[in-house]
Design a protein around this ligand. Structure first.
Ligand code: AMP
Length: 409
């Protein structure tokens, strides 16, 4: 299968070549022909599968014909970072078509967005809240939308955006093509699909299973030794870019400081930072200025950064789904990556659920020269972990040596 078979415009084929895509990914193979035929789609695909191009290419192809300077395609996505990322893919793949794309999201000035809307743009990539503001102020009109994409449906649900999405749907013509993408399908998303799509074709790629190019490893450790172990892992592992996840923005901030003190170039991405700071962090991470980025789930949702060699879960994610989304940041497309997770005795239940969903036991590794029995600082007696929580527990026994898939310097 190659891209020529889709009968795409030669300008699109040229930008596909420029982007370095040789063959369509499985979701592109299935979604592109259906979308080009005008079908509604439900795509079960996580990021890292090539899903953005799977909906962007059919949109660009369709918009080549017909009126310009009017909003004809609307992509709704939960976070600003994702909006920028999708906009970037549109700009790359749409080079030479003369089509325009604008991003609409909160946390930045409204005027430049209003001006872009007034000038006329064919594609809008929007987060729900700010788009509603523009609709309320009469800056945006959606009555000529032909294609609607609802991206990361489950995350929009988690973030409480579904009521806003429903409000937006009222402004969009009923006669349209709709594509809904979601990694999981809770009842609310199924309901939204029933209400907003017509006879959709369902395409499922890697449903709640991580991309195969990622190797997983669990590192059991007491809570109070997490940072020490992390620093040791960073020291002993040959890495390109490393993305580290923490549970809260406060932990992201303080961990980044500790890593910095250990001599690394590190930045952080979380919702306490302004949009400008986030963009600087992201650009610095993408360019390699910062080798390490510490992030929370929401901030890092769907990030598309090439060459992330390692995702490290400093804190175990709250759900198996979150784990899959996090590790989707590495091993993207045909690259390989490692996913390390620090596991404390408190994480047992989550670990069991994760292994059930992934249908595999994940290897437990220990570092040979690490003092797992170092006591917790006495100044914080409440944090001391019982030592027996560590290795004597059967399921915390390492199943293969630490060197098995770590690339030591
Ligand atoms: P996405 O799932 O849309 O976030 O895409 C994940 C990554 O795969 C991005 O870095 C894309 O540039 C890349 N990608 C998308 N389609 C292809 C393709 N057909 N061949 C190679 N890489 C691709």
């Amino acid at each position: 299968m190659n891209f020529n078979q889709f009968n795409l415009d030669s300008r699109l084929l040229a930008s596909i070549r420029r982007a370095g895509y040789l063959t369509p990914t499985p979701i592109q193979e299935q979604a592109i022909p259906a979308a080009l035929a005008g079908r509604d789609l439900i795509g079960t695909a996580q990021t890292g599968t090539g899903k953005t191009a799977a909906f962007v290419l059919p949109i660009l192809q369709r918009l080549l014909d017909g009126p310009r300077r009017r909003a004809r395609a609307l992509i709704i996505t939960p976070t600003r970072e994702l909006a920028e990322q999708i906009h970037g893919v549109i700009c790359d793949l749409g080079t030479g078509t003369g089509l325009r794309s604008a991003t609409i999201y909160g946390g930045v000035g409204i005027t430049p967005q209003t001006e872009a809307l007034r000038r006329g743009t064919e594609i809008l990539v929007a987060c729900p809240g700010r788009l509603l503001d523009h609709l309320g102020q009469g800056n945006a009109r959606l009555d000529e939308i032909e294609i609607l994409v609802l991206d990361e449906g489950d995350r929009m649900l988690d973030m409480g955006f579904l009521p806003d999405v429903r409000r937006i749907l009222k402004h969009v013509p009923a006669q349209r093509q709709t594509m809904l993408f979601s990694a999981t399908f809770p009842v609310e998303i199924e309901q939204l699909a029933r209400q907003s799509l017509r006879n959709p074709e369902r395409i499922a790629i890697g449903l709640s299973r991580p991309v195969h190019t990622v190797e997983h490893a669990l590192y059991p450790v007491s809570k109070h030794l997490k940072t020490k172990l992390l620093l040791r892992l960073l020291e002993q592992t040959r890495t390109d870019s490393v993305l580290i996840f923490t549970r809260t923005r406060h932990r992201a901030h303080s961990l980044a400081k500790k890593i910095e003190r250990a001599g690394y170039k590190v930045t952080s991405l979380h919702s306490d930072r302004t949009q400008g700071q986030r963009q600087t962090a992201l650009n610095g991470f993408k360019s390699g200025k910062f080798q390490i980025m510490v992030a929370t789930d929401i901030a890092a949702r769907g990030l598309d950064v090439d060459s992330i060699s390692h995702v490290i879960n400093y804190d175990m994610p709250d759900t198996a789904d979150a784990y899959i989304h996090r590790i989707g940041r590495t091993g993207r497309a045909e690259r390989t990556g490692d996913a390390f997770t620090l596991v404390t005795p408190d994480d047992h239940d989550m670990l069991r659920e994760l292994e059930k969903i992934m249908k595999q036991r994940l290897p437990l590794l220990t570092l040979e020269d690490f003092d797992y029995d170092a006591p917790a600082p006495v100044v914080e007696p409440t944090r001391i972990q019982p030592r027996r929580g560590m290795r004597p527990n059967r399921s915390f026994e390492p199943r293969r040596p630490a060197t098995a898939h770590m690339r030591h310097k």
